[in-house]
Design a binder for this molecule. Structure first.
Ligand code: F6P
Length: 542
């Protein structure tokens, strides 16, 4: 990275190596307010990072030098910014209301009409299923929906359905089958009855091995469970860009919900890939999800960079990774219903920015996407927070919470919030040796015991985190939160110089799996494999 801003940031980091956040808060009574921002129903406090106003000034200079605003505008203008696949990136169009003055145009055509057509098809279909008008082959109402898909055709819909479970239709249960491991499909089908089950085969390409294998087995199960072949159409629908493959599989294209190649898999939950969401929470709920994302999009599209939440979140992340040497990022939602958020963000972030060459194919000279991981709080406190507080790696944490719970158990919610806020405070302030001494002395330990125990009870602190607060977890607030992360990923991709919208890294494993599977099936191991692979194949074949 040769830009002047990058060099200035490196010099700045060296000069402020000894910065302690606690001192900065003591010195600047307005720090929390200075480094907080609210937009589209999301409140972001990024003040517990190793930053000063100068840091943010230099980071914003970097964003300008990297042309963040221009690249954003190019994406929104339908330019084919996904260079290696020669595709536009227009998932923002999926949540752009029909009445919006903003238009998303591809090759001179406003894609809004197509988007609205599919939304209308989704509305009609989901209403029929939810109101019991769409019935199975034996005339019974649908009670269970099985989404068969993987990656972006699974993680987003599943995360949203889990997050919005309190908004779900009382009669409908949505299940998600993704892994080709038969256990996934078997454990799901064991609970279901063929005549009340609707399968959604969700696959952008409709060539994904796991999805087609599961779909074929599901169809076999349906027929073996008494379903008539002529009734497959009432129990199987498809979501894809590939009508030819859908028809070849045997699903009537009248039961296909299409989307387009300008929607990346990990950006597709807003498209018909979100059909399971719309079935669960209703089309009004789904459109509220879209509206939340649209509100964040408009903020991203119009706010100046220094007052732009996705830009600020992205820049703080770049600061942590590229100047504070963080190589992983923890996501800790203090909301059990967000328990699939980290898994969803793993694909969104790591499949988008887990690259080592830039858009021009040149090797990166700086780090790019960190490892994204996490679990809901408070559980993480009893699993990996030990490392976050006292480990040798400093790992930034994104805390996410809703100010208001769903009202069921208010005392539980108060405790949840207290823990969330306490953890970010503890990571930042730590506990000094002097404080440990006072504590141990008050417990009556002698000098030798205090001397021995102090290093183990010392907390260095000064460990960074962001805290994001939603008023409550609703379709609208969730939509805004997800769009925030999508746009953050976009901005980081621009700064790292990578193409955030292709995923060539998934191809080699798929190719080798096809070869190995064929050999396992035939019982002959070719000599072309290395010794380990050969031995493993022979072992599993014996
Ligand atoms: O992981 C590779 C990938 O292509 C993802 O980008 C995508 O979301 C997933 O596989 C599933 O692809 P499809 O929706 O085409 O089945």
């Amino acid at each position: 990275m040769k830009t002047p801003a990058w060099a200035a940031l490196k010099a700045h980091r060296s000069a402020m190596q000894n910065l302690r956040m606690a001192d900065e808060f003591a010195r600047d009574g307005q720090r929390a307010q200075r480094f907080s921002i609210e937009a589209a129903g999301v409140f972001l406090d990024y003040s517990k990072n190793l930053i000063t106003p100068e840091t943010m000034r230099l980071l914003l200079a970097l964003a300008s030098e990297c042309g963040v605003a221009n690249r954003r505008d190019a994406m929104m203008a339908g330019e084919r910014i996904n260079l290696s696949e020669n595709r536009a990136v227009l998932h923002m169009a999926l949540r752009n209301p029909a009445a919006s003055a903003r238009k998303y145009v591809l090759d001179g055509v406003d894609v809004g009409a197509e988007v609205q057509r599919v939304l209308a098809h989704m509305r009609e279909f989901t209403q029929q299923v939810r109101e019991g008008i769409w019935r199975g082959g034996t005339g019974r109402e649908i009670t269970d929906i099985v989404n068969i898909g993987i990656g972006g055709s699974d993680l987003g819909p599943q995360m949203v359905c889990e997050a919005l479970r309190t908004f779900a239709h009382p009669r409908l249960t949505v299940h998600f089958v993704s892994n080709v491991d038969g256990a996934a499909l078997e454990r799901t089908l064991a609970k279901l009855s063929a005549d009340t089950t609707l399968f959604i085969v969700a696959s952008k390409t409709f060539t994904t091995q796991e999805t087609l294998t599961n779909a074929r087995s599901a169809r076999d199960w349906f027929v073996a469970s008494g379903g008539r072949a002529t009734d497959v159409a009432k129990h199987f629908v498809a979501v894809s860009t590939n009508a030819v493959e859908v028809e070849k599989f045997g699903i009537d294209t009248a039961n296909m919900f299409e989307f387009w190649d300008w929607v990346g898999g990990r950006y597709s939950l807003w498209s018909a890939i979100g059909l399971s969401i719309a079935l669960a929470i209703g089309m009004d709920g789904f459109e509220a999800l879209l509206a939340g994302a649209h509100a964040m999009d408009e903020h991203f599209a119009t706010a100046p960079l220094d007052a732009n939440m996705p830009v600020l979140l992205a820049l703080v992340g770049v600061w942590n990774v590229n100047f504070c040497a963080a190589n992983s990022q923890c996501v800790a939602p203090y909301a059990q219903d967000l328990h699939r958020l980290a898994a969803y963000l793993q694909q969104l972030e790591m499949e988008s920015n887990g690259k080592s060459v830039d858009r021009g194919g040149n090797a990166l000279s700086t780090a790019s996407c960190p490892v994204i991981w996490g679990e809901p709080g408070t559980n993480g406190q009893h699993a990996f927070f030990q490392l976050l507080h006292q480990g040798t790696s400093v790992i930034p944490v994104d805390f996410i919470a809703a100010t208001y719970g769903n009202g069921a158990l208010p005392e539980h919610h108060r405790l949840l919030l207290a823990n969330c806020i306490a953890q970010s405070e503890a990571l930042m302030v730590g506990k000094s040796e002097a404080e440990v001494h006072v504590e141990l002395r008050a417990k009556g330990l002698n000098a030798a015991e205090i001397y021995a125990l102090t290093p183990h009870k010392f907390f260095a602190g000064n460990r960074p985190s962001n805290t994001m607060l939603l008023d409550s977890l609703t379709p609208q607030s969730l939509g805004a939160l997800i769009a925030l992360y999508e746009q953050k990923v976009f901005v980081q991709g621009v700064i790292w110089g990578v193409n955030s919208f292709d995923q060539w890294g998934v191809e080699l494993g798929k190719q080798l799996a096809k070869t190995i599977d064929a050999e396992l099936k035939s019982g002959t191991v070719s000599g072309a494999h290395d010794g380990s692979t050969k031995a493993l194949m022979q072992r599993v074949m014996s």
